[in-house]
Design a protein. Structure first.
Length: 382
């Protein structure tokens, strides 16, 4: 019942975040990037720069890609089976029928028109910019997989439906409405409409099942705590990015990017790590909301004071595409410099702290994914 809503929000928030997708975080295209063999080579080089990982990220993932192993897939399927059993037992205890879902069917949500995003980074920017004002989440909602409980819920009276929702989610979806966020195992977690995504999830059978399997971090609100043994190491890793950005080579490359953007007609763009914010501010202004609220507005989770007229929206979309294309082209040299300097800094740090880093990695279970401070975190930007 909730996966379709979750997919719409996921598309909106991923496309809109500066690090949400590799394509859009530095998206852009040079004119004619797909025409001719020389340009094909340029495009391939452009793609490769988005796939590079620095030594510290490689260290924590042991050089693995973000794809799960078969063992991880099997573990996820087992967790899902346990989750469904716990939910079924809980709902039955409250007098409701609940049919356990099949894992393969439950995760097989198909997003409409998703192939529109399957573009090389340069072409992505040319079509979508950063994916902020140009992507309407309503056009890319997921087709929810078959849920054997849908027919059961639909057959309930309004009063019974309310009781069912309260038992299942802790929220009366049919009367109160809800906002949803992603929890562990890809399960949507519902909260009362108007509440903060940081608020504790309401008590329901789904919440109880997730908490039993994944602990208090079942809804992703609480970062996994590390032992105080590694506090000093964490602080040092958090400071590594300062070494990178303060390196004279990076400062020079940053100015080169700004000069390139000015030549492309965007003198307002002065920070290569914050160009996307220029679009967010313009897009948010169309709706009369603060820039910090645009994700919720775009995802339909918050009603804005006003709706933009078509001409104003088209103007922002045109600006976004032009900025992203220029950003992508101008950032090539900057990205190379940052990657090289960051690699030097991280390699030196690993050589100096290898034993401690290995203990930290093992204690946190970071192989294949995890979190780090600053720009040095696995599975995200950096």
């Amino acid at each position: 019942m909730l996966p379709a809503v979750m997919a719409a929000i996921a598309i909106a928030t991923a496309a809109c975040s500066s690090g949400g997708t590799t394509r859009s975080s530095s998206a852009g295209a040079t004119s004619g990037a797909s025409a001719g063999s020389d340009n094909d080579t340029d495009a391939a080089t452009s793609d490769n720069r988005d796939e590079r990982i620095t030594p510290l990220s490689a260290f924590f993932t042991e050089g693995r890609s973000g794809e799960p192993t078969q063992a991880e897939r099997d573990a996820a399927a087992e967790d899902f089976r346990r989750q469904e059993q716990l939910i079924a037992d809980c709902m039955h205890a409250q007098g409701f029928e609940y049919l356990q879902r099949d894992y393969d069917q439950a995760v097989d949500a198909k997003v409409k028109n998703i192939e529109a995003f399957d573009l090389p980074p340069d072409q992505y920017a040319e079509r979508w910019g950063y994916g902020i004002s140009t992507i309407d989440p309503q056009q890319y909602t997921a087709e929810a997989p078959d849920d054997p409980n849908s027919a059961i819920v639909e057959a309930l009276s309004p009063e019974a439906r309310s009781a069912y929702d309260k038992a299942m989610y802790g929220v009366d979806l049919s009367r109160e409405g809800a906002i949803v966020s992603g929890g562990q195992g890809g399960t949507a977690v519902a909260r009362p409409m108007g509440s903060s995504l940081d608020a504790p999830a309401p008590d329901g059978c789904q919440t109880r099942a997730l908490r039993e399997i994944y602990g208090e971090d079942f809804d992703g609100r609480k970062p996994k705590e590390s032992s105080s043994e590694f506090d000093g190491l964490n602080e040092e890793m958090g400071a590594l990015w300062d070494r990178v950005v303060n390196d004279p080579r990076v400062a020079q490359a940053k100015q080169g990017w700004a000069d390139c953007m000015a030549d492309a007609g965007h003198p307002e763009a002065t920070d290569p790590d914050n160009a996307v914010q220029l679009v967010i501010e313009r897009f948010s202004a169309l709706y009369g909301v603060d820039a910090g609220q645009f994700k919720e507005v775009r995802a339909g989770m918050k009603s804005p004071p006003r709706q933009p007229d078509a001409a104003a929206l088209a103007e922002v979309q045109s600006y976004e595409r032009g900025l992203a294309v220029a950003d992508r082209r101008c950032k090539a040299a900057y990205d190379d410099v940052v990657f090289n300097v960051q690699s030097e800094v991280e390699s030196r740090f690993i050589d100096e702290h290898r034993a401690e880093l290995e203990r930290y990695r093992d204690s946190m279970g970071l192989q294949g994914g995890g979190r780090m401070r600053g720009r040095f975190f696995v599975g995200g930007k950096g």
